[in-house]
Design a protein around this ligand. Structure first.
Ligand SMILES: NC(=O)c1ccc[n+]([C@@H]2O[C@H](COP(=O)([O-])OP(=O)(O)OC[C@H]3O[C@@H](n4cnc5c(N)ncnc54)[C@H](OP(=O)(O)O)[C@@H]3O)[C@@H](O)[C@H]2O)c1
Length: 327
């Protein structure tokens, strides 16, 4: 029987690439998001790859819709094997310029949406004592940046929530696994449709990767029992630097990351954002930074192949040592 995965945020961006990755590997993929055009396009892609897809329009901020979606998946197919919490909504703005209702909404989607997804999955997985939940996280869960305070707060909260669930699963000696994938910067539509109070178009900061890099890492995490996976050297750098030099990073990011998240281009005429409603049309997985985005991450590869990477490092070190001794 084909295994079953639920992917939230499957209509676009990284979630779309994740859904495709599971489809490619012949999973049954339940597609949750709000935008029907993107969901139907994702379904068509998965079916063309030989997978099976189920479109369930869902607003993840509404726990009843999330619970109903989980019920529907199991009625239609069978037990959910993997649940991926990917959906999110961000706001590009100084914190003081964000309307309270918008702040709450971004938190409801990005943090509580993942909480509702996790609880719907646990309700089903715990009694069966099997299943995996993958939280799509960010380096920003460890190291916040300016101009995205609701998002950074939500991702840090999700990390805290996930640690609590880990302890509860350990206490209950449960075999259900929960893992978090902390991502660097990716080329997705979020920069075009995230709500903004800025005058210029947003951009991902630092080295940019294609969504397929994240999708492969999420698939790997769903099928291995690792506590956490960091994807992209810049994510590892940010997480490690935060441990040792948090104050220095506050000042450095204060100096560089306001400008670093903005292009020189003005916002396009008639721009729509997706905070409260989906933006009509199919927006696909990729954003508009294909020319700058990398489709491989050596760091993520090494993290997913630790044995091979350690072996290669040893061989390299031995060769270096021999060369040095020869003079
Ligand atoms: N892109 C990056 O640089 C980056 C970096 C680190 C981590 N991440 C993480 O990767 C994940 C995906 O990010 P992304 O860049 O791919 O975002 P994105 O391009 O903005 O896509 C967001 C997805 O979430 C869905 N969504 C938004 N609001 C929703 C709601 N209320 N209910 C259900 N679905 C909703 C959107 O579909 P609808 O609008 O159709 O509902 C869309 O499918 C997020 O968890 C993010 O934190 C991204």
């Amino acid at each position: 029987m084909m295994p079953v995965v639920v992917v939230t945020g499957a209509s676009a961006g990284i979630g779309r690439a994740i859904a495709r990755e599971f489809g490619l590997r012949r999973w049954r993929v339940a597609l949750l998001a709000r935008g029907i055009d993107g969901l139907e396009a994702a379904r068509a892609e998965i079916e063309a790859l030989g997978g099976e897809a189920l479109v369930i329009p869902t607003d993840v901020a509404d726990e009843e819709q999330v619970e109903a979606a989980a019920r529907r998946v199991e009625e239609q197919w069978q037990a959910i094997d993997v649940w991926v919490n990917d959906a999110m909504a961000t706001i590009f703005s100084p914190a003081l310029d964000i309307a309270p209702a918008d702040f709450r909404r971004a938190t409801d989607v990005t943090y509580l949406g993942a909480v509702w997804g996790t609880l719907a999955a646990l309700r089903r997985m715990k009694p069966r004592n099997r299943g995996t939940i993958v939280q799509v996280g960010s380096a920003l869960a460890y190291r916040s940046i300016p101009l995205q305070s609701p998002y950074c707060g939500a991702k840090a909260a999700l990390r805290g929530f996930t640690d609590s669930i880990r302890c509860e699963l350990a206490h209950d000696r449960s075999d259900v696994h929960i893992t978090m994938v902390q991502l660097a910067a990716f080329n997705t539509p979020q920069f075009e449709w995230g709500r903004t109070t800025l005058e210029r178009r947003a951009r991902p900061m630092g080295k940019i990767f294609q969504p397929e890099v994240a999708a492969r890492a999420v698939y790997w995490s769903a099928t291995h029992r690792r506590r956490e996976l960091w994807v992209g050297w810049t994510a590892a750098q940010a997480i490690l630097a935060q441990k040792f030099f948090p104050g220095l990073l506050d000042r450095m990011l204060g100096r560089t990351a306001v400008r670093g998240q903005q292009t020189d281009e003005p916002l396009p005429e008639g721009r729509r954002d997706n905070l409260w409603q989906p933006v009509p049309g199919d927006h696909g997985a990729h954003g508009r930074f294909d020319a700058q985005a990398h489709d491989r991450s050596a760091e993520a590869w090494a993290a997913m192949h630790p044995g091979v990477a350690a072996g290669a490092a040893l061989v390299l070190a031995a060769a270096l040592w021999r060369a040095l001794r020869r003079g």
